[in-house]
Design a protein around this ligand. Structure first.
Ligand code: HEM
Length: 250
């Protein structure tokens, strides 16, 4: 075994195919490919975390959940590299992208769906499959019910592919966890790891729209949306909505 063979570097390093002759197109490809690799790792961690939460092994799940939010932080940081590409650089090769857009990333949608965001229009094969199973939020609510909290049946036995609707009883149950953290330490820790992930996702979305407006201003997206106005409409998405709203009650 060698370093190159173990990491399949021949495949990896021959997978960048700029179409134009513009210098910045390689950066554009590398940033997107790196993001897809990190999404692959995030999906592996969320898959493990969902299984562990289902088995009531919460302490073990914290490790995967912490890893997900750190991966998200690295993805957010990569915007700083991309922002070195100016509108003048980007417009010189943007036309080669055609209608392709991060909007079509099956792995990004899968992460959303596995966490609990199920209201996005596009479903690639991986996303569609993930939507047939309970999300991380569905499993966290099931764990809360097993701990003895009054979680409504509508949150425990949902039509899984449908969007999750925030529920006042779910909010009240999680608020009780936050009111007596000593007694419910494991559930409390789980909740805060989930908030870390939602927080990191929102931060990534904010930095994306900021970078996009810096690079394309008010132009439409290559994927066909209005661009910045569309991305701004996604900023309020939350996978664990009651963990945010309960803060008002404390
Ligand atoms: C020049 C750089 C970029 C521009 C101008 C840009 C622009 C856009 C726009 C306008 C959208 C909305 C969909 C559309 O109409 O196309 C979008 C969506 C998206 N982009 Fe980017 N993007 C850029 C770089 C990136 C990078 C580097 C990533 C990944 C790290 C990324 C990931 C995504 C994802 C996941 C979506 C879907 C978001 C959602 O629907 O919630 N984009 N992008």
């Amino acid at each position: 075994m060698t370093y190159g063979r173990y990491l399949a570097l021949d495949d990896l390093l021959s997978a960048q195919h700029p179409i134009s002759d513009r210098h910045d197109e390689l950066l554009f490809i590398v940033i997107h490919q790196t993001k897809e690799l990190w999404l692959k790792q995030a999906i592996a961690e969320i898959t493990l975390a969902i299984d562990l939460v289902r088995e009531n092994r919460l302490v073990e799940a914290y490790k995967s959940l912490a890893r997900v939010s750190r991966i998200q932080a690295v993805m957010t940081l990569s915007w700083d590299v991309l922002a070195t590409m100016t509108p003048s650089d980007y417009t010189q090769f943007r036309d080669v992208l055609g209608t392709s857009s991060g909007f079509q990333s099956d792995q990004f949608r899968t992460v959303e769906v596995m966490l609990g965001v199920r209201d996005s229009a596009r479903h690639g094969p991986m996303t569609a499959e993930a939507a047939t199973r309970p999300s991380l939020w569905d499993e966290a609510n099931a764990a809360l019910a097993r701990a003895g909290f009054a979680v409504p049946a509508s949150a425990l036995d949902r039509d899984w592919p449908q969007p999750y609707r925030s529920d006042p009883q779910v909010e009240a149950a999680w608020a009780d966890v936050y009111r007596d953290t000593t007694r419910w330490w494991e559930m409390y820790q789980l909740a805060e790891k989930l908030v870390d992930i939602d927080d990191a996702m929102a931060t990534w979305r904010h930095k994306h729209v900021l970078t996009v407006s810096r690079i394309i201003g008010g132009k439409r997206g290559t994927g066909g949306t209005a661009g910045v106005p569309y991305l701004e409409s996604t900023l309020s998405k939350r996978a664990f909505p009651e963990l945010w709203s309960l803060r008002t009650l404390l």
